[in-house]
Design a protein around this ligand. Sequence first.
Ligand code: ADP
Ligand code: FE2
Length: 190
Amino acid sequence: MNQSEALAVVREQLTERRYIHTLGVMETAVKLAERYDVDIKKAELAAIFHDYAKFRPKEEMKAIIINESMSVHLLEANTELWHAPVGAFLVEKEVGLTDEDILNAIRYHTSGRPGMSSLEKVIYVADYIEPGRKFPGVEEVRELAEQDLDKALLQALKNTISFLISKNQRVFPDTLYTYNELVLGGNINE
Ligand SMILES: Nc1ncnc2c1ncn2[C@@H]1O[C@H](COP(=O)(O)OP(=O)(O)O)[C@@H](O)[C@H]1O
Ligand SMILES: [Fe+2]
């Protein structure tokens, strides 16, 4: 599937504002993929489809999580997380993309996970720093992303975790595990 076909498909699923965000993620993901030697076509497609399920009704997403035997922990988690794993499922089912690397980048774009692939990191970071993002601390992550993908990812995770704590919200455990894996280079005695 080429870029314009993919964009036409995803545009139907999104609001104008979310579509513009998607274009920003696409542009940023392609640049990061070039910089960090990640498959550019996979980064482009993963970016285009990362928010495919963003506007599906909560009831539909919940039913998919249950019927597809996804992690039960998702049901106790912030419902904002659901569009990522449900998106991976629907992109395969409705769009017909079967590449597991692309599907995993979509699946983990919100939570992260321990042992993320470089493609997964590129999509997570691109989603965080695309030009439309304005939140506090984003500029620091943009600068880190030019130097070191893991440092950028770690800073984005820290900001997200701190933000959720400040709002009295739950933090999905995989995000904490991802943070723990990256902090201090992964060695607690360093
Ligand atoms: N680890 C997490 N645990 C709980 N909620 C989270 C976590 N990460 C992100 N969220 C929530 O999910 C929302 C959507 O995240 P994300 O998919 O990264 O952004 P968006 O879809 O808005 O581009 C965030 O605004 C935040 O409220
Ligand atoms: Fe998202």
